[in-house]
Design a protein around this ligand. Structure first.
Ligand code: GLC
Ligand code: CA
Length: 546
């Protein structure tokens, strides 16, 4: 197995809209990020992944791009971006851009031209049909939108304002590669590729089976991992990726391990690693993710290990519990009440000593929690708003109260409330009115209270990141599960040459006992009061033997 800098890196994800506002308009921006680079350098991360910063009408907060060559005006200008890139590099931080290439905004010039007439050269940049099939969109409703002028329907796997690009058209691919080279030539360090497993569609466009509880067919078998996906990615690798030293991670919903390996095996020249979804898909209900169910730890361990093991022989894995599409990990998998600090550190220790490249999502390093939404008016996410309309207003499946509880435990806006910098008004995020409410717990949970506090969650992350940088075993060692049937204990070993690490983490609010005696010395723990064979609620320990 080859060593590589991107395997040894720790990534920090920034959702720019919610990170830091520099000009008081209530929206985070690039100058806001620049003024926090010291904070990130001090944490010790290597790479910043920026959620999209390109021009966008913000139907899906930047995941609907109207101009790939321009910066979103809310966020600043291209000069601000160039300054961010340069200053990040001065702070030893690399910048990875989000690449949204499955779809654009309907306000992108290509789409505006595409819908002008059937013989417009850009018509074939998107997927038009005379008749729709029964496919449903990820954000609810049909995946096809009627256009009166053309008397045709266009495909949008996500929002109506996010038409899917037609990757069958070579001109589309060439234009995208050209755009990618533009950013690489500027000196960016890589791409996180949005729903990249969906770019090749089954050209028959057949009707899809309708899952129970759903109104439309689930197009996944025809939109994910399609017939030409590897041809497209290899072409992209030849045309762009192989020409630079880049960090690449593909967001690949809907893939089995076996299929995912084909995206990342080194001799295939496609991507370096992927984001998998199995471990964040275990707490859904009868209507998708909208439920109160909690993840069972045995199932979670199985889901994670399947990927870790699958990648041990060539291929690489990404490690995450949080991102901008997921609720806050401490609320979801830990305890955001009495044991918040302990459980946040417990989750961090468990994840950061695993095999793969770890990702920290803004605020995770502070133990930020879910928000308690008490009205749909407080929600900003198109997925939540559409689901509320479908499940409450139209189909009466949940009451208003029930759905708000579901949103408060599973909705994407939980991750998007503003970063909590200090205990001043609006958590120091903005001097204006924030575009989405700040979590009222910012008075106690904020960066200012943690950066100089040695026992804080922030400094625990800092320690874990430093350990990874100091020990090859944490990056490259083999990983094996212990006590796989335990519902409260997440335990594993790492092995590398003669070295060994043993991790024992109590993911529950009761005491847990175990019989093994770990080899070596204590490496790190979230509670120094360690009793052999016993873990207090959410206590986690790691031992290291040389
Ligand atoms: C990805 C993004 C998500 C976005 C979707 C459509 O899943 O992470 O935020 O809504 O793609 O672009
Ligand atoms: Ca701003």
């Amino acid at each position: 197995m080859n060593k590589a800098w991107w395997k040894e890196a720790v990534v920090y994800q920034i959702y720019p809209r919610s990170f830091n506002d520099s000009n008081g308009d209530g929206i985070g921006d690039l100058q806001g990020i620049i003024s926090r680079l010291d904070y990130l350098e001090n944490l010790g991360v290597d790479v910043i992944w920026l959620s999209p910063v390109y021009a966008s009408p913000n139907e899906d907060n930047g995941y609907d791009i109207s101009d790939y060559y321009a910066i979103m005006s809310d966020f600043g200008t291209m000069r601000d971006f160039d300054e961010l890139l340069q200053k990040a590099h001065e702070h030893h931080l690399k910048i990875v851009m989000d690449l949204v290439a499955n779809h654009t905004s309907d306000e992108h010039q290509w789409f505006i031209d595409s819908r002008k007439s059937k013989d417009n050269p850009y018509h074939d940049y998107y997927i038009w049909r005379d008749q729709p099939n029964n496919w449903g969109s990820v954000f609810g409703g049909s995946a096809w939108q009627y256009d009166e002028n053309l008397n045709q329907y266009y495909l949008h796997n996500f929002a109506i304002k996010q038409p899917d690009l037609n990757w069958e058209n070579k001109a589309v691919r060439d234009d995208l590669y050209k755009m990618m080279r533009y950013w690489c030539d500027k000196g960016i360090d890589g791409f996180r590729m949005d729903v990249i497993s969906m770019i090749s569609k089954d050209q028959r466009y057949p009707d899809a089976p309708v899952p129970e509880g759903a109104v439309y067919g689930d197009p996944t078998p025809y939109t994910v991992d399609g017939p030409r996906i590897h041809e497209f990615l290899q072409e992209m690798n030849r045309e762009v990726l192989s020409r630079y030293d880049l960090f690449t991670v593909g967001e690949t919903p809907g893939l089995s391990v076996e299929r995912a390996l084909k995206y990342v095996q080194e001799d295939r020249h496609e991507l370096e690693m992927v984001f998998t979804f199995d471990h964040v898909s275990l707490d859904g209900g009868d209507y998708g993710k909208w439920s109160q169910k909690r993840t069972d730890l045995v199932e979670l361990k199985k889901a994670i290990m399947k990927w870790v093991k699958g990648c041990e022989n060539g291929g690489w894995n990404s490690l995450y519990l949080d991102n901008h599409d997921q609720p806050r990990a401490v609320s979801r998998f830990g305890d955001d009440g009495e044991y918040r600090e302990m459980s946040a550190k417990c989750l961090a220790l468990t994840l950061h000593l695993m095999r793969g490249t770890p990702y920290v999502y803004q605020g995770e390093e502070l133990g930020m929690t879910n928000y308690h939404f008490t009205s749909i008016e407080e929600c900003r996410d198109i997925e939540e708003i559409n689901a509320y309309k479908d499940l409450v207003t139209d189909r009466h499946i949940y009451s208003d109260q029930e759905m708000l509880e579901n949103i408060s435990s599973k909705g994407r806006d939980n991750a998007r409330t503003p970063m909590q910098w200090d205990d001043s008004q609006n958590a120091g995020f903005t001097t204006g009115t924030p575009w989405i409410n700040v979590n009222p717990n910012y008075k106690t949970i904020n960066a200012a209270a943690q950066v100089n506090e040695p026992n804080s969650i922030y400094n625990f992350y800092k320690q874990l990141i430093a350990l990874r940088h100091a020990h090859d075993i944490i990056v490259y060692g083999e990983m094996d599960l212990l006590y796989e049937d335990a519902h409260d204990l997440f335990a594993y070993t790492r092995s590398y040459n003669d070295e060994k690490i043993t991790v024992l983490a109590n993911w529950s609010d009761h005491e847990v006992t175990y019989d093994l005696t770990p080899e070596g010395d204590l490496l790190i723990t979230n509670d120094e009061d360690v009793t052999p064979h016993t873990l207090k609620p959410y206590q986690a320990v790691a031992y290291y033997k040389k």
